[in-house]
Design a protein around this ligand. Structure first.
Ligand code: RP5
Ligand code: MG
Ligand code: MG
Length: 274
């Protein structure tokens, strides 16, 4: 596992700051008696009936499926602090305790759709590029990116898995909510989402993570080989997205959380330009 970085960025939101953690102090097995994390859970989460109880000992099914909420982690079994009854972030310290802006103690599951098509010129021919003279020409991909309203960063149009929802449903629903115009013929959308390929399932280095609550996600790839399907599907930003665009895939892109790793997996799968 790579140690997390984005969830150690000092500013959390307009109300909270994390305490600073150096790389070597991230692992829990490194002694750090002076560790003074900031305790923070937003009032919005504390008031939200869909969020977990503020009292973590009310949750009796950590590491299990708890009614309709999946509290299992892709990283394996996570530890529960015996003193506080709070789950411990499997990657290590973040400089913040509590849940921050997240609903659940422990893992918070999301789904991320990576929707791609080939980049074409005016004549409809696929554009190819090479990184340098030693590289072979490779076709260039485009993917659907959204700009997040919360922090203005570019991201995949993903979102939280609803209680009891299957992630294949989540990625389609979130894509529609965040990136599609309303009123598009459902048949096109169904076809696009009919053959998804699971790229990744992992812990996500999300800036909202804390020592006791963190994001995990399944990234699903949907590729429109001919481009005919996506030509029928107009993008339009909605919900927590400010913009929705077809973006040319390039290794210099900066994306939210670990979405660049998800995108790279789609690029490798199709042997596309990076
Ligand atoms: C990330 O947060 C996931 O990869 C997913 O893209 C996203 C889900 O949260 P919201 O978009 O619902 O805020 O960690
Ligand atoms: Mg959403
Ligand atoms: Mg979202």
């Amino acid at each position: 596992f790579k140690i997390h970085t984005k969830c150690r960025s000092l500013t959390y939101d307009s109300e909270a700051q994390r305490s600073q953690i150096s790389d070597d102090k991230v692992p829990w097995d490194v002694d750090y008696p002076d560790y003074k994390p900031v305790e923070y859970t937003t009032s919005k989460i504390l008031r939200n009936p869909k969020a977990d109880s503020p009292d973590p000992s009310k949750i009796t099914k950590y590491n299990q499926i708890d009614n309709k909420i999946d509290r299992r982690s892709f990283t394996g079994l996570y530890a529960i602090d015996p003193l506080t009854n709070r789950p411990l972030n499997p990657i290590g310290r973040t400089g913040m305790t509590g849940r921050g802006r997240l609903y659940h103690w422990g893992p918070n599951h999301a789904g991320d759709p990576v929707v791609t098509r080939w980049k074409r010129d005016g004549n409809g021919l696929v554009i190819c590029r090479r990184r340098d003279e030693f590289d072979r020409l490779k076709p260039v991909l485009e993917f659907v990116a959204i700009q997040r309203r919360d922090n203005k960063q570019w991201a995949l149009p993903g979102g939280m898995v609803d209680p009891g929802e299957n992630v294949s449903e989540t990625v389609k629903r979130e894509f529609q909510e965040e990136a599609l115009r309303e009123g598009i013929d459902e048949a096109y959308i169904k076809r696009l989402f009919s053959n998804g390929h699971k790229l990744f399932e992992s812990y996500v280095d999300d800036p909202r993570n804390t020592d006791n609550a963190w994001m995990e996600s399944i990234a699903m790839h949907f590729h429109d080989e001919t481009g005919q399907l996506t030509a029928k599907i107009d993008l339009n930003a909605g919900d927590d997205a400010e913009k929705a665009v077809w973006c040319t895939v390039d290794r210099t892109l900066e994306l939210y959380a670990c979405h660049k790793d998800f995108l790279k997996a789609a690029v490798d799968r199709l042997d596309a330009f990076w």
